[in-house]
Design a protein around this ligand. Structure first.
Ligand SMILES: *Cc1c(COP(=O)(O)O)cnc(C)c1O
Length: 357
């Protein structure tokens, strides 16, 4: 274990078990799993665990992460989850086997890039079924079909959809029926069979549990369920998975008794918000050495008894520790469970050590 704080302690075995259960449950419904690595910045041990439990592909939204994954030589195909940037197309076709696309223009640009790099590439055409992030609106696929028909190096692998990412739109059996249907139409327009019908991410597992994923759907792209056992879109812990798979440990740098109300007059805090305080009298407070630069503080749940979070600035996490059973002192460590947003930030902070055991 490392001796530098803050660090994120990751229970690899718990993540492995989650991966096994997700892969097994999906396989029973004829669904292959793309293991999504962006939540942990494509950490090598976690990506290898995803590969070893039977994920069929590794996905990430950042080309930089996928370049790292490629060097791991897992043998699995790599999927770019964010529509490529025009400025990164060369790296995309040289690194990834597939990417998600949402325009005919992108297909043509990928085709050109492949021609000059001597590469081939597959695309999954994204369909927007209501979440209002990327994708063709409903079934407007004729234009992309003709761009694909003109492409020799870019082939369509299939269709895909996102739920619960921007607008919080939930997956439903009807929406997935629609996706399968759009896939069939595109297949007819292209004149070759599509391999992939990708029915969403962790939030689609709720439908899988109820047996409501239509037969044509054969892929899900899963990050949160494997990494945390959580489903933020439906606001639930997934009952057949393990939670609390990782803990943030931060070190106490101040412990002091202070009133719970600040002294005015008041302006905004360091982030432009005007905070509100409740008068609870004089309380024992502590400062932990971690802050908004490293983590989404609202996504932390204290794991150390008697500790609650009062707020944070960029480098200081302010805690109420009045009720801690054992008085905290300088150098003590306090622990927190991160949610997806907190994990995402922690995994990419250069100040936070990743400690996988
Ligand atoms: C992040 C991402 C996923 C994985 O989502 P989870 O909720 O973590 O399972 C799937 N698809 C796309 C396009 C993504 O960006």
């Amino acid at each position: 274990m490392s001796s530098s704080w803050p660090h994120l302690v990751v229970d690899l075995q718990a993540i492995r078990e989650n991966g096994e259960r997700v892969v097994e449950k999906c396989a029973a419904a004829g669904i292959a799993v793309t293991g999504v690595a962006k939540g942990v910045c494509a950490n090598g041990e976690i990506v290898r665990a995803m590969a070893s439990v039977g994920c069929a592909e590794i996905g990430d939204s950042r080309i930089k992460n996928l370049i790292t994954v490629k060097k791991m030589k897992t043998g699995l195909p790599l999927l770019l989850l964010r529509i490529p940037m025009v400025s990164e197309l060369k790296a995309v076709v040289e690194t990834c086997d597939r990417s998600l696309v949402s325009s005919a223009l992108m297909v043509s640009l990928l085709e050109e890039t492949c021609a000059s790099s001597g590469a081939t590439h597959e695309v999954i055409v994204m369909i927007d079924l209501g979440d209002l992030r990327e994708g063709f609106w409903l079934n407007n696929t004729e234009e992309i079909a003709s761009a694909l028909a003109r492409s020799h190096r870019v082939r369509c692998a299939g269709v895909g959809v996102n739920f619960g990412c921007f607008a919080g739109a939930l997956p439903t059996g009807e929406k997935l029926d629609r996706l399968v249907q759009i896939g069939r139409e595109l297949e007819r327009e292209l004149g070759y069979p599509l391999k992939v019908c990708s029915g969403g991410s962790t939030s689609s597992l709720a439908l899988l549990e109820k047996g409501r994923i239509p037969p044509g759907v054969n892929n899900l792209r899963i990050g949160e369920a494997i990494l945390l056992g959580l489903d933020v879109t439906f606001g639930r812990s997934i009952p057949w998975l393990r939670q609390r798979t990782m803990e943030l440990e931060a070190e106490i740098v101040e412990v002091r008794r202070k009133p719970s109300l600040p002294v005015g007059p008041f302006g905004a805090d360091a982030f432009g918000n005007v905070p509100h305080f409740e008068d609870r009298g004089v309380r024992l407070r502590a400062i932990a050495a971690v802050g908004r630069q490293d983590v989404r503080v609202e996504g932390l749940t204290p794991a150390t008894e008697g500790v609650s979070i009062l707020g944070a600035s960029s480098d200081h996490l302010i805690l109420d520790v009045e009720d801690a059973p054992k008085p905290l002192t300088l150098g003590d460590k306090v622990k927190f469970f991160p949610d997806y947003g907190a994990m995402l930030a922690l995994a990419t902070s250069p100040y936070v050590l990743f400690d996988v055991f």
